[in-house]
Ligand binder design. Structure first.
Ligand code: UGY
Ligand code: MN
Length: 242
């Protein structure tokens, strides 16, 4: 969208936000030498996690791990990301790094990825790092609906305090009902588009749009168009609301 008249589709509300590419503010950070970052969701707006986009024209080398107590999740949009522990991720590869993991992060020139960080809520032993590739993850129909396929990138055991899933919508598919739940979401549209209901608003959304859904916000998505729609979605999970 052209913003020459001060317009944007971005909309920041008390319990949800739509963050669209034309309003991204790319910044540098001493913690990420050589990178440009667009933090789209952060605790300042009410979220309990941060979600951002990271890109680097020249590539990154040996970026330090997250601060103490903070877990990281990386999903590669373009190029490759590697870790000092030897793992390498290509496009649509992902990594979960538990707090205190010592691996440093490097990338190819031109790499782009999504970054999530949050204060990890341990239950028993803190899980080991997880590395994978979306192409290897089997999808399962959501509540038996084979027009809506979910790919879960992390193990579902109770050691994990959140989920990172890809939701795949057949053209015309939608969430079966308007969800309301205490868990939050951070979402990035990967393909396609449609209409996202958040609270009492209906937003047209497409590839590259990000959404924050705060606790209890009514939420629903309907996919439009002829191609499939996909989004990456984080949800804090496996933990009590108290
Ligand atoms: O897992 C979820 O809560 C998911 N179905 N929510 C969503 O797509 N907005
Ligand atoms: Mn939900």
């Amino acid at each position: 969208m052209k913003s020459s008249f001060g317009q944007t589709r971005s909309d920041i509300r008390r319990n949800h936000a739509l963050l669209t590419p034309e309003s991204h503010e790319w910044i540098t950070s001493p913690d990420w030498p050589g990178a440009e970052l667009a933090f789209l969701i952060s605790p300042d707006m009410g979220a309990k996690f941060a979600m951002g986009l990271v890109r680097s024209a020249g590539g990154l080398s040996d970026i330090a791990p997250a601060a103490s107590g903070i877990a990281r999740f990386v999903f590669v949009l373009e190029g490759s990301v590697s870790f000092s522990t030897g793992q390498s991720l290509g496009t649509e590869g992902y990594a979960f790094l538990p707090p205190e993991d010592a691996a440093t992060l490097s990338t190819s020139a031109g790499a782009r990825f999504v970054l999530f960080e949050w204060r990890f809520l341990a239950r028993g032993d803190v899980p080991a790092p997880v590395f994978g590739s979306l192409g290897d993850i089997e999808g399962t129909p959501l509540r038996g609906d084979d027009w809506l396929i979910v790919q879960k990138m992390l193990p579902t055991d109770a050691g994990f305090d959140g989920e990172f899933n890809i939701m795949n919508f057949h053209p015309g598919a939608s969430l079966a009902y308007v969800e309301t739940h205490f868990m939050e979401h951070g979402l990035l549209m990967l393909d396609g588009g449609g209409v996202y209901r958040l609270d009492d608003r209906w937003y047209p959304v497409g590839k590259g749009d990000a959404i924050w859904m705060g606790p209890h916000v009514p939420q629903w998505f309907g996919a439009l168009g002829r191609d499939k729609s996909r989004y990456l979605i984080y949800k804090n999970y496996n933990r009590s609301p108290l």
